[in-house]
Design a protein. Structure first.
Length: 394
């Protein structure tokens, strides 16, 4: 049996892959009415957003990814392909999940800085209680320093937020702590940045007739990135975490937007929730009833009594252009959509999205992700967005 395994591993690693051709370039889907094309150039005035769960090395286990050649699963190989993917699409803002703390400090942040980006990273909450936290993964946002100025950053720790809302979970008909206790054992996080756009003024002259070269401040936008809990059995936790995310973003908006206005908002992440889930419904419609099936009859206090709701109407970039991709995550036991680029429905327009990877390509290579050409079990998403309304300038 061991000999058979060795033969299979040898064939997989040494014979099949050197002869495999790289998959074709992903095309761009334009808004309705346009034509599919390979032109990756952004239209003037748009912001390119990139969202990618990069598969942390601690989760890239040979036993879970035994279809992938061993050399292609090693971090020293994967990290180079991942960084190449990040640079290839020339995004203005990148939202990454499953970034290990040490890899952010030693690899991603230096590489991105050299390419003109500034970054912000926070690990999962467990990092505070571990002696060696360098392997803890978290979320990172990178933005081009010549296009944006950071105003403020925010760490969104769902455990801490839940603890601060303890009375909410214990109020109403709640007689147990079952929902609250389930939430408190999960240490997922989100992060958010309040950014000021910098608008080039190369062709503008001031009152002394001197040509201005420094950018002026444009729109302020909120960019959020999250990684929601993974377990399919914990649909209630995913839904409450998403509600806490939206409540936090509403608070960030209240504290920074002009009175009565809403700042343009982009929300990216691995939500570990498929279209049709309670999480998807909450983000799209702004409301989910307290007896929604995804809460699984767990008691979440006032949330169970009054339902979940928010006032930040969002659209999915891919759903707006056409449909959600056929998949964003493909493993040996799951194929489906878990990752999204959301944006303010009334303030932003999606102009293009990066087409999904052809399913036949994945089947023809390893039958799942990662593989030697795609170095995560997720595919990256990208969208070109245009802010429609000048708002939040100060």
């Amino acid at each position: 049996q061991q000999g058979t395994s060795n033969i299979i591993e040898y064939l997989r690693d040494e014979i099949i892959w050197p002869q495999s051709a790289a998959p074709p370039e992903r095309e761009w889907y334009p808004s309705r009415g346009g034509s599919l094309g390979n032109d990756s150039a952004k239209a003037p005035g748009t912001i390119r957003i990139f969202c990618y769960n990069i598969l942390a090395d601690i989760y890239a286990l040979p036993v879970r990814c035994n279809y992938c050649p061993s050399w292609a699963l090693e971090w020293k190989y994967r990290k180079l392909r991942i960084i190449k993917e990040l640079f290839h699409h020339d995004a203005d803002i990148l939202c990454l999940q499953e970034v290990e703390a040490e890899q952010y400090e030693m690899f991603f942040n230096p590489e991105m800085k050299n390419r003109g980006y500034e970054g912000y990273f926070k690990p999962k909450s467990r990092a505070r209680t571990m002696d060696d936290s360098k392997k803890v993964d978290g979320c990172a946002i990178f933005y081009k320093r010549d296009q944006f100025r950071l105003i403020k950053d925010y760490l969104i720790e769902y455990q801490s937020i839940a603890l601060s809302k303890h009375d909410t979970f214990m109020t109403g008909n709640s007689k147990t702590k079952d929902g609250f206790n389930r939430l408190m054992t999960k240490d997922n996080i989100g992060i958010a940045l309040l950014l000021q756009q910098l608008v080039p003024q190369n062709n503008v002259q001031n009152s002394l007739n001197h040509r201005m070269t420094s950018p002026i401040e444009g729109d302020r936008i909120i960019v959020a990135n999250t990684h929601i809990h993974w377990d399919p059995e914990d649909r209630d936790v995913k839904l409450i975490q998403s509600q806490l995310l939206m409540e936090t973003l509403m608070e960030i908006n209240r504290n920074n937007a002009p009175v009565g206005e809403t700042l343009p908002m982009i929300v990216c992440g691995d939500f570990n929730s498929i279209p049709g889930s309670g999480v998807y419904k909450l983000l799209v419609s702004g409301e989910v009833p307290g007896d929604h099936e995804d809460l699984q009859n767990y008691d979440y206090g006032l949330y169970s009594l009054n339902g979940l709701k928010h006032n930040l109407p969002l659209k999915s970039a891919y759903a707006e252009i056409g449909n959600e991709p056929p998949f964003t995550n493909w493993t040996s036991d799951f194929v489906g959509v878990l990752d999204y680029i959301w944006y303010s429905r009334d303030l932003i327009k999606a102009e293009r999205v990066l087409k999904s990877v052809d399913e036949a390509v994945v089947r023809g290579l390893t039958g799942a992700l990662p593989n030697p050409f795609m170095s995560s079990d997720h595919i990256p998403l990208a969208a070109d967005l245009r802010i429609l309304k000048n708002t939040g300038r100060r």
